[in-house]
Design a protein around this ligand. Structure first.
Ligand code: URA
Length: 197
């Protein structure tokens, strides 16, 4: 983790951070992955979304949230007029994951793996400098809040690195549990209200 912290701290900007992560050799998950998936959307966006890890499509494309969960995420964002390629920079988002590599069989990254990559995520947030952070599901909550239990955490604003932060259900969870879209909608409305202030 000290090596990760030093590598992350040495990156002066986002391209340098992406290169430092792609070159980082101290996380086993990297071995089975095709691509390092860094981010998508607009780096200067007011909203930064943090997911878990790439899946099969993301590993192929080298971009976060391009598979089914990603399409769900895009629909959720569009419902409150946000988007990764929104022409209005005020409504743009920037998207990344806790883990830049696809875990074997899409398993959840474990606590050691999350801790290893956390310095990169924290540096990523500092360099992107969003106004608001959205945590999609348990893994980013574990990384940045040190807590899991998304059912209890979701919908309540908290703070990460001095920034307002909203945990939400992960879009892949919503695909499996459509009834939870009710809570996700409530959370999108609270996000939208915060953006108007
Ligand atoms: N799920 C995630 O958490 N991130 C992705 O990039 C894709 C699916």
């Amino acid at each position: 983790v000290a090596i990760a912290r030093a590598a992350a701290a040495a990156a002066p900007d986002l391209p340098a951070l992406a290169a430092a992560m792609a070159a980082f050799e101290h996380c086993e998950i990297k071995r089975g992955a095709r691509n390092a998936v860094f981010a998508d959307g607009q780096p200067g966006a007011r909203v930064m979304i943090v997911g878990e890890a790439p899946g099969r499509e993301e590993d192929r494309a080298g971009k976060p949230f391009v598979g089914q969960a990603g399409q769900m995420l895009d629909r959720m964002l569009a419902a409150i007029d946000l988007g990764r390629a929104h022409e209005n920079t005020d409504r743009a988002v920037y998207i990344t994951n806790v883990m830049p590599w696809r875990p074997p069989s899409n398993r959840t990254p474990d606590a050691d793996e999350i801790a290893m990559m956390l310095p990169f995520l924290e540096r990523h947030i500092a360099l992107a400098d969003p106004q608001i952070i959205v945590l999609m599901g348990n893994t980013p909550c574990q990384a940045l809040l040190g807590q899991t239990g998304i059912t209890a955490l979701r919908g309540t604003w908290t703070e990460v690195l001095g920034k307002p932060c909203l945990p939400m259900f992960h879009p892949a969870y919503l695909l499996r549990n459509p009834a939870a879209k009710r809570e996700a909608w409530a959370d999108l409305l609270t996000l939208n209200a915060r953006l108007k202030t």
